[in-house]
Write a protein that binds this ligand. Structure first.
Ligand SMILES: Cc1cc2nc3c(=O)[nH]c(=O)nc-3n(C[C@H](O)[C@H](O)[C@H](O)COP(=O)(O)OP(=O)(O)OC[C@H]3O[C@@H](n4cnc5c(N)ncnc54)[C@H](O)[C@@H]3O)c2cc1C
Ligand code: FES
Ligand code: FES
Length: 1358
């Protein structure tokens, strides 16, 4: 909509150099909404809508006509309001380059480094990097070498540290970004398609797509500069958007509004607060306060720095750091620098660039936001300047925070941070010094995560002569974000400490006061943990100053001090041991791999369902879900408005047409209804589908829905597996998939020297967190047909469900899936009801209906991984050999069967990786009143593999043996493997695990590092390390898959396969296979067919029986189906080629095909690959070593290094497989260490998005990540000898969990030594470590009172 209207005072801006002028717009419209719905620039994606994922990042550029300067910064377009970009230029990934005008080197390098899988996050990543590049180029740093930029490696990493990717595991993305950095070590970059191992440095640099910094695109078009030089005023009335330019203007504007009673006004600065509060209503007036100089400037005075309220956090950081540079060597200046360092951990770069300091403080004051800025500025005695009508007042920040919430007309003008140097007489001469430090404990160290607690301490100290002891003259100690209304100063503590000589005793008393002060309010999660953090931080601050400094300072301050954390954060995780030269692949040349890759992913030209333009008359849906687990639904109303804006219809089960069924999904085990009937049976169940004129209106409408429930005379719901068993609420598991017991358990137990009886483990769920939420578009077609575009892993079954729901013949439905923005199992069964609801609404309303689920609803409906409770008894010899394992497993399947009956098989399949002697089990699949759980990457296998490790760990701790020895002793021999897998072990040489196990020990220097870990642990009190090696055996199964290959007139080739491209590289492998298999025709040019192959979208009427894309093997079976088609085509073409060859020396591919068309050869072939019963199952092997470091004061676990060896058979494409291995492993880190998919007591999911659900980011992956893809050689029966890589490596992430357990064990031993108890009488080393092992969990096991115990011990030993 590039409107060139005559309108004056309209909203004018540029997108990728194109001019846009709007004469009016709803002021609550965000840049993202506008770009996605009204322009062709679809690269900006909606991943969260709350500033937490980076999928929507754009580059905003502002022009200053006075200085003739352009300011460029990244911003989250989902939070930036459109009216606030008046006069700005927006650059999206398409603006950097595209398939028509040529790609940008950022795109090319992302492609070449294989840094894009599903591609959904990639455009946002590219723009984040571009923003950093553009700004680095503006610095006066030295000229970099040709092809590089002025960016540093650290900046490159930070640029993307706030962007989420659920597919790649980040290593490849970091490499692509670092390849631009002037200080990049090119040898340090991992596998890519540009160079081969052994190439010289020069060759490598030359092969990188060239980055020409002198020819970088202009971010601000000239025409807009000219317009800005005249006038760019918005017509306030038309836009109800006001831009006061002075405090006076603002005052009179607020006064005039006051007269206009009841008007809802919103002061807008960066509008990022919306990411947290998700305000639903539209205000009557918006006042943009960023253009008032007094609010937007930073004033440096001798007494301190005054920061205007609208100054962005990024600008404040810059100013505070600059301040420091001017006054190097003074003590007071450190205060500014440390404040800046702390601020760098707030949110992410693209949020900080627009988020204001004032907005943050107002959120903290008015709405109790757990602010970092409030805490840090409180400690240094900051003051705020307020304006209310004509009244202005300057008050201390402390008083500001304590006041009742500000009314909407009070304006925060500025905040002043005092210069401590000028206030205090601090110098060597006066023998006083200033100590300042800030702290925060958050799940992700580099930010983009709210802290559990933050703190900032300022102390003025002097040294007593001659004793040299340290006296605290006075101090200011602030704590915040721990579940109190606002940050506080710990006054009693400050008073207690003032004038005291620092000693262990004083610190001990001080800590008691902290415990009495930092008390989270009721309802705050992990309250005891938060209090213990406060203690840990205070201890960390003061203890190095106590006389026994030698001991205490022993690494103590490292890493806890915020500035050191940042310095430490250089992420070095890039030793991919993958050798192109040794790797035999179908197509191993660098050019070919590059040629295969989809460069339009990084650009953002790849079309996902929500990128398809809406057809005319399209409506949008949103689900109302139940909040009760078991209740009659009397009705649904909307309040306060009975008819929310834009509402078109509310669809329920009553709207299912005659002849149709209330069916939302199906598997071979049963169906699930689309909507609850009169009875809702779980919280999260779909009650109704609200349809409105826009997605925003539909999403808003559901928030106003009020459901009338009636629980009278209903049985209580079943909300635990124990209740399910008690009430015999179980799903049947068909006997053919129920696993078989091994050996005689009684005999096995009798053989044992020792037994552990009835130990328990509980495992929770995990959410998919695909970046693209569930989405579908249904378009009614002629003759009662329905075309549905669905982001689905199983279009075939989605098709069946839609037809059954609508009661129409199957040939009246067509489901089209081009690509899926991440699936991980969540878009198999769970995508079906989403598509079906759209189809039902479209059918009823005879209009197209689409949906793009908001993250919260997606999380509520998803179900996710199966929680389970495991009770085990194990018998073992005193040398660690296990003789018998007995398991009782209760699996929570939720409301419907879904795929849950396969869970026993999957759990046991992975658990059998060890030789348990005898194995006996009872596994129940429980039907509960929870949302039905579904397949999630390695469903059951990840739990099974973990259970095995938990048992091994337990046995080792009872025997006080090295866990690694217990693992080694229980690894299978070939014979025991064959016994446990019922003859599925293939040939002896194919059992590669023992050799992987040994090679990994060597390649990871396991023995040496184990010794080093021991040494580290004895040298360090507050940091402990652990190292752990684990094996995996993972069974996969091939499924029947169709394929179709057609050769068109010009020789180009079209391929259709049953498998769906989810980011797992299926299309890449399929393309390779088609080119490879057709090349056997052996004519000129047939060896280079890759560029001629196009894989097209899945269409359920064009290619039937597509089946599930799941279980890691779809790429293989799709490839095999394609190979069969190609063989048919080659057979058909061969006689013609032979005839032609008799006539001429050389036959070109194009000519052969042209002749084939003329001679009516059938050039389209279909196949249905049905795997041979004898080879449809096979075992995958791998092993990993992980080393972690646990911070005993915070419970934070840092993964120092992971080494993996994984057997890919003969990899079809090592780059794709490597990406799968790394991505799966990192998703496993999420499961084991970070992700808590929490529900309330009704079973309703309460985590709503990126604020509370923390998937790994760049800063939580292994700092060094070495992956070796083992090419184990030829396997007769498998598709080109390859092995699956999609799921099994996820299981290897348990190594991180086990290493954490090892580190905790050390912490507990130490704690015990401080308590002077005998280890043998306590259970310090035998404990269960929960999954996920989050910071509170780890800290609790390390001792919430470890600091007190240590101090008591110290005092006692003196
Ligand atoms: C993803 C994400 C992560 C975050 N993580 C953290 C974190 O870890 N730690 C942390 O401390 N913060 C964090 N924040 C909060 C962030 O710092 C604030 O959202 C931001 O600073 C608010 O500034 P803004 O300019 O966007 O305010 P806006 O959103 O424009 O305004 C916020 C509120 O304050 C009002 N307001 C704004 N300015 C004034 C003023 N001068 N006078 C009176 N009222 C005013 C507005 O009307 C609105 O009600 C995070 C935010 C996001 C989106
Ligand atoms: S969609 Fe904007 S940050 Fe996630
Ligand atoms: S490639 Fe990053 S989310 Fe899929």
């Amino acid at each position: 909509m590039a409107v060139q209207s005559e309108t004056r005072n309209g909203l004018v801006f540029a997108v990728n150099g194109e001019r846009f002028e709007l004469s009016s717009v709803d002021p609550s419209t965000t840049v993202l909404e506008f770009l996605r719905s009204q322009t062709r620039f679809k690269s900006v994606k909606l991943g969260c809508g709350e500033g937490g994922c980076g999928a929507c990042v754009v580059l905003l550029s502002m022009y200053d006509p006075v200085l003739d300067q352009v300011e460029d910064f990244t911003a989250s377009s989902c939070l930036t309001l459109l009216c606030s970009v008046n006069g700005c230029s927006i650059t999206t990934s398409e603006g950097l380059g595209n398939s028509k005008d040529g790609f940008h080197p950022i795109h090319q390098r992302f492609t070449g480094f294989h840094a894009s899988q599903c591609g959904f996050c990639t455009p946002g990543m590219c723009v984040s990097l571009f923003g950093a590049l553009v700004n680095a180029e503006k610095t006066n740093r030295l000229e970099p070498s040709p092809g590089f930029s002025k960016l540093t490696v650290s900046e490159a990493e930070k640029a993307i540290s706030g962007n989420l990717c659920r597919c790649t595991g980040y290593r490849s993305i970091a490499d692509a970004c670092k390849s631009f950095a002037a200080d990049a070590d090119i040898e340090d970059l991992g596998l890519n398609s540009f160079w081969r191992n052994g190439d010289s440095k020069e060759v490598k640099i030359n092969r990188l797509p060239f980055y020409n910094r002198n020819k970088e695109i202009s971010t601000f078009p000239e025409f807009l500069k000219k317009e800005i030089r005249s006038s760019m005023l918005l017509d306030s009335k038309r836009f109800i958007w006001y831009n006061p330019v002075s405090v006076k203007d603002l005052q009179s504007l607020l006064e005039s509004i006051e007269a206009d009673n009841g008007s809802l006004i919103k002061l807008v600065s960066g509008n990022t607060g919306m990411g947290y509060y998700k305000e639903l209503y539209r205000y009557d007036r918006y006042i943009d306060i960023r253009h008032i100089p007094e609010l937007s400037s930073i004033r440096k005075e001798p007494t301190g720095i005054e920061i205007g309220a609208t100054v962005t956090i990024s600008k404040a950081i810059e100013a505070l750091k600059k301040e420091n540079k001017c006054e190097v060597h003074s003590k007071g200046e450190m205060v500014f620098e440390k404040i800046a360092n702390h601020m760098e951990k707030i949110a992410s770069g693209f949020v900080r660039n627009t988020a204001s300091v004032g907005g943050n403080l107002v959120m903290a004051q008015r709405r109790h936001f757990p602010s970092d800025i409030a805490t840090v500025l409180l400690a240094v005695g900051s003051m705020v300047d307020l304006m209310n009508g004509p009244r202005r007042e300057k008050i201390m920040l402390e008083e500001f925070l304590e006041r009742p919430p500000l009314d909407s007309k009070t304006v925060l003008l500025s905040v002043k941070i005092p210069n401590w140097e000028s206030i205090k007489n601090i110098s060597c001469e006066t023998n006083t010094m200033l100590l300042f430090e800030t702290y925060r404990a958050a799940p992700r160290p580099l930010g983009n995560a709210l802290p559990y607690l933050n703190a900032a301490f300022l102390a003025e100290l002097s040294r007593c002569k001659p004793s040299d002891e340290i006296i605290i003259n006075n101090c200011q100690l602030a704590f915040g974000a721990y579940g109190a209304k606002h940050a506080i100063r710990a006054k009693k503590l400050e008073e207690f400490l003032a004038g005291k000589i620092l000693s262990v005793g004083v610190l001990y008393e001080a800590i008691k006061l902290v415990r009495a002060t930092v008390i989270p309010e009721d309802g705050t999660s992990s309250p005891a943990y938060r209090s213990s953090l406060a203690i840990g931080f205070l201890f960390d601050f003061f203890s190095p100053l106590i006389d026994n400094r030698g001991e205490i300072s022993n690494g103590l301050l490292d890493g806890y001090m915020s500035n050191i954390l940042v310095k430490d954060s250089k992420i070095n995780h890039n030793y991919v041991q993958l050798d192109h030269n040794k790797t035999q692949t179908l197509l191993s040349s660098a050019k070919q791999v590059l040629g295969l890759s989809t460069e339009y992913h990084p650009v953002g030209e790849a079309i996902y369902v929500d990128d398809i333009p809406s057809p005319a008359n399209c409506l949008y849906g949103s689900f109302i879900c139940s909040t009760e687990p078991l209740a009659r639904v009397r009705g649904v109303k909307f309040q306060p408005k009975p008819y929310p804006d834009g509402l078109a219809a509310v669809i329920t089960y009553k709207d299912i047409p005659t002849g149709g069924e209330n069916i939302g999904s199906k598997t071979i085990f049963g169906t699930e209804p689309l909507f609850a009937g009169e009875l809702t049976e779980c919280a999260g169940q779909r009650l109704a589908f609200v349809v409105a004129d826009t997605q925003k209106h539909a999403d808003m409408a559901i928030k106003f829905a009020v459901v009338d429930y009636d629980m009278e005379n209903l049985e209580p719901p079943i909300l635990s597996v124990e209740e399910a068993v008690e009430r015999s609420s179980l799903f049947e598991v068909p006997s053919f998939i129920y696993p078989k017991q091994v050996g005689d358990i009684l005999e096995g137990m009798a053989e044992a020297d020792l037994k552990i009886v009835s130990a328990e483990i509980k495992l929770g769920s995990q959410y998919y967190f695909y970046m693209e939420t569930q989405t579908a578009l249904a378009v009614p077609d002629e003759d009662n047909c329905m075309v549905v575009y669905s982001s689905s892993q199983v279009p075939e079954w989605t098709h069946i469900v839609i037809a059954r729901c609508l009661g129409i013949p199957h040939h009246n439905v067509r489901v089209i899936t081009r690509r899926v923005g991440g699936g991980f199992g969540g878009k198999s069964v769970k995508a079906m009801p989403v598509a079906t609801a759209c189809a039902l609404a479209a059918h009823k309303l005879r209009r197209p209906v689409r949906i793009y689920l908001d993250r919260k609803t997606d999380m509520i409906m998803a179900g996710g991984r199966h929680p389970m409770k495991i009770t085990y008894s194990v018998g073992f010899k005193s040398n660690g050999k296990i003789t018998a394992l007995q398991l009782d497993i209760l699996i929570d399947a939720g409301l419907s069967a879904d795929i849950s009956p396969v869970m026993p098989h999957n759990v046991l399949g992975a658990l059998k990786k060890y030789d348990w002697g005898a194995l006996s089990f009872d596994i129940k699949v429980c039907k509960t009143n929870h949302t039905s759980k579904s397949a999630m990457r390695a469903p059951g296998e990840v739990q099974g593999s973990f259970i095995a490790e938990a048992v091994i760990e337990h046995v080792a701790s009872v025997l006080s043996m090295e866990v690694d020895s217990v693992r080694s002793i229980n690894l299978h021999t070939y014979n025991s493997l064959n016994l446990f897998y019922e003859g599925g072990a293939d040939e002896p040489f194919e059992y590669t695990l023992p050799s992987i196990w040994d090679s990994l020990a060597t390649s990871s220097s396991l023995c040496l590092r184990t010794e080093m870990v021991k040494e580290f642990n004895s040298d360090n009190k507050w940091r402990k390390r652990g190292i752990s090696r684990i094996p995996i055996v993972h069974e996969v199964m091939l499924r029947p898959t169709p394929g179709k290959v057609s050769i068109l007139n010009d020789g180009s080739i079209v391929v259709e396969v049953g498998g769906i491209e989810l980011g797992q590289g299926l299309w890449t492998k399929v393309k390779q296979m088609a080119a490879f298999a057709l090349s056997s025709i052996k004519c000129d040019g047939a060896g280079d067919l890759l560029d001629k192959v196009r894989v097209i979208q899945s269409d359920t009427l064009s290619l039937i029986q597509g089946g599930f894309t799941a279980g890691s093997t779809t790429s293989e079976s799709s490839c095999e189906a394609v190979r069969l088609c190609c063989n048919i085509l080659v057979e058909r073409l061969r006689p013609l080629r032979e005839r032609l060859q008799e006539q001429m020396d050389s036959i070109q591919w194009e000519m052969l095909i042209d002749q084939a068309h003329l001679q009516v050869v059938n050039l389209s072939a279909s196949s249905y690959f049905v795997p041979d019963l004898t080879s449809m199952r096979y075992l995958n092997y791998g092993a990993a070593v992980s080393e972690v470091e646990v911070n005993l004061l915070t419970g934070e676990t840092t993964i120092l290094q992971t080494d993996i060896i994984y057997d890919c058979g003969m990899s079809l494409n090592p780059a794709v497989d490597l990406g799968q291995i790394e991505g799966a492993f990192v998703q496993g880190i999420g499961f084991f260490m970070l992700e808590e998919y929490l529900t309330n007591s009704n079973g309703l999911v309460v985590v709503e998005g990126t604020w509370t659900y923390k998937i790994p980011t760049l800063d939580t992956i292994p700092k060094q990540f070495n992956v070796q893809v083992l090419n184990s050689g030829h396997h007769q029966k498998r598709v080109l000898s390859s092995k699956a890589s999609g799921e099994p490596p996820l299981l290897l992430a348990a190594s991180v969990h086990c290493a954490t357990r090892a580190a905790i064990k050390e912490a507990r031993k130490q704690l015990l030594s401080w308590s002077s108890q005998d280890e043998s009488t306590t259970n310090s080393t035998t404990f269960q470590l929960e999954v996920p092992a989050t910071m509170p969990v780890v800290k609790e096991l390390c001792g919430l009172e470890s600091v007190e115990r240590y101090l008591e011990w110290s005092m006692g030993t003196k």
